[in-house]
Design a protein. Structure first.
Length: 455
């Protein structure tokens, strides 16, 4: 018998909770009989589609704004008073990341929150000042780490330790990360990785890395931009010190959606905001406008400004769907199934080669692709990153344009990668089949008609 979570997930998929663009919307060159059908949208790792509930909630708030104006802060027809609007999403975010409500704040944006967390947790000393991270982290993280090191008077080339995959490999070995922590732990003050690596889709062993960092006396933080809403987490139980995230990828909150952060409760009395703002003040006296800052206990003391109501309810609409299906565990089961299905279909196209062969591929070889995301389910989320060969040949761009013309939307990472994400809230087995079909057609067109772009 199906569990309640699976039954609810089936209902959500049947009920079509998300507005996915049609083939016509994206300009696909497809027959008229399928032009009005929704496209094959496999880009939720970059921007999730619009939840229909989010549209309704935003329209309600626009009406409240039009009819109540400032009174909406305190007197709201739907009982979502704007002064407490973040309270509508905080419990749901806490459940997604495995935290207590007071450990979570819905606020700001990803990199701004990262700087706030580093201002509180990155306290270098002459003997312990290094930051350990993955090589080629998302550029905004790299910029933040470097600028924080410079702000404290350290040369980023010395202060930042990057761990790279071994030669001929595409992903980091967990043992290499743990060995680096053990080797340089006495000089490392902060270990900070992405929960899921944005480029390869590798899911890092968060619990093991956090424990290893603590064993060496290091603090441990996480960038969860590609992990939240994608994989289950237990930040409180794992003893993570802090984490930050955005919400417009797997949480489907909309472009530039509101971010969030986590601060473990053990820091409640010792880690206070270095850069305070009025919305982080104790809410019982916030509107008394006292001259001395008194932080709200927990993560919400780091809030600076009141959150955007429209951005928050947009997030709420999607989170309500997560709650309806039972949150992450049923979604994770379906994610594993869909991603494995897509992977198997891609292997069957006739143009796939294993990663170990791809690393040795010759510049004049025929067009092929490999998958650089780990094959092990426990080492990846919903994303598969396809690397196109030969390098610098124009294969990726040609395939990407063909996919779009056929109504398949992934996203390209120059020069050679296309990322596909079969997100379990709205993608189907048919989406996986369509993507693999179009990949095969693109390669056949390249071979038969010499359609390479660039090269």
């Amino acid at each position: 018998m199906a569990s309640a979570g699976h039954e609810n997930l089936d209902l959500v998929l049947t009920g079509d909770e998300f507005s996915v663009p049609t083939n016509k919307d994206i300009g696909a060159q497809v027959p008229d009989d399928i032009a009005s059908q929704r496209c094959t949208y496999l880009c939720g790792n970059s921007l999730g589609p619009l939840a229909k509930r989010s549209r309704s909630l935003i329209e309600e708030e626009l009406h409240v704004w039009a009819t109540r104006a400032v009174e909406g802060h305190f007197n709201h027809p739907h009982h979502r008073e704007w002064m407490n609007i973040a309270d509508t999403v905080t419990p749901l975010l806490a459940e997604l990341v495995g935290a207590k409500e007071k450990e979570v704040a819905c606020m700001g944006t990803l990199t701004a929150n990262l700087h706030l967390m580093m201002s509180a947790f990155y306290k270098p000393t002459p003997s312990r000042y290094k930051i350990l991270c993955e090589g080629k982290a998302f550029p905004s993280d790299q910029y933040a780490f470097a600028s924080q090191a410079l702000f404290h008077g350290y040369d980023p080339r010395d202060a930042i330790i990057e761990v790279f995959p071994r030669e001929g490999e595409y992903n980091l070995r967990a043992s290499d990360i743990l060995d680096e922590i053990a080797k340089q732990g006495s000089a490392i003050t902060l270990v900070i990785f992405s929960g899921v690596q944005y480029y390869t889709g590798q899911l890092f062993p968060m619990k093991a890395i956090t424990r290893a960092a603590k064993d060496q006396g290091c603090l441990c933080g996480w960038d969860l931009a590609h992990a939240i809403g994608n994989v289950p987490m237990s930040l409180h139980e794992w003893d993570v010190d802090f984490a930050v995230w955005c919400s417009y990828k797997y949480l489907n909150s909309g472009p530039g959606g509101i971010g969030g952060l986590f601060v473990h409760e053990k820091w409640e009395s010792t880690k206070t905001p270095q850069f305070a703002g009025w919305w982080g003040h104790d809410p019982s006296t916030r509107f008394d406008m006292p001259p001395i800052f008194s932080p709200t206990p927990g993560a919400q003391g780091f809030q600076q400004s009141n959150p955007s109501v429209l951005a928050t309810v947009s997030l709420l609409g999607s989170l309500q769907v997560f709650k309806q299906v039972g949150m992450m565990h049923p979604l994770r089961e379906r994610s594993i199934s869909l991603t494995a299905k897509l992977e198997a279909l891609l292997h069957q196209t006739g143009f796939y080669i294993p990663p170990d062969l791809a690393a040795k591929y010759l510049p004049d070889g025929p067009p092929k692709f490999t998958i650089i995301t780990p094959a092990e389910h426990e080492s990846r989320g919903s994303q598969l990153s396809l690397l196109f060969l030969p390098p610098e040949s124009g294969v990726m761009l040609t395939v990407f344009r063909h996919l779009k013309s056929m109504g398949v939307i992934g996203d390209e990472r120059h020069p050679n990668v296309i990322r596909f994400t079969p997100a379990p809230l709205y993608n189907t087995t048919r989406d996986c089949e369509r993507a693999a079909e179009c990949i095969k057609q693109a390669f056949e067109a390249i071979i038969n008609h010499s359609l390479l772009i660039g090269g």
